[in-house]
Ligand binder design. Sequence first.
Ligand SMILES: [Zn+2]
Length: 103
Amino acid sequence: MYITHEPDDKDAWTCICGNTPPDDGFYPCDENGNELEPDIDGPWDGVRYVCNACGRIIDQNTLEIIGFRPDADLTQDEKTAILADLDIGRSSVQRILNGRKKR
Ligand SMILES: [Zn+2]
């Protein structure tokens, strides 16, 4: 599952929910969708962005949906569909659907 971008601007993202940078925007985040500073020396992995509208987490290199915030504005079916696309085990899917533990 992938988001799209304007044909002539690969940074002008359009999320599956319809969000774009001028709307609610996208922010660098950790694996749980918590916003991070895009600091080279900081904790950000340089890959993950979160859609600030729906909470989907995006790989900025491939534009693939690679997760979502625990409080994402998604239905259970949408969450299941995202997880089904990912190369993770069934037990991981269940753990995510049941809510990740906070570190
Ligand atoms: Zn979105």
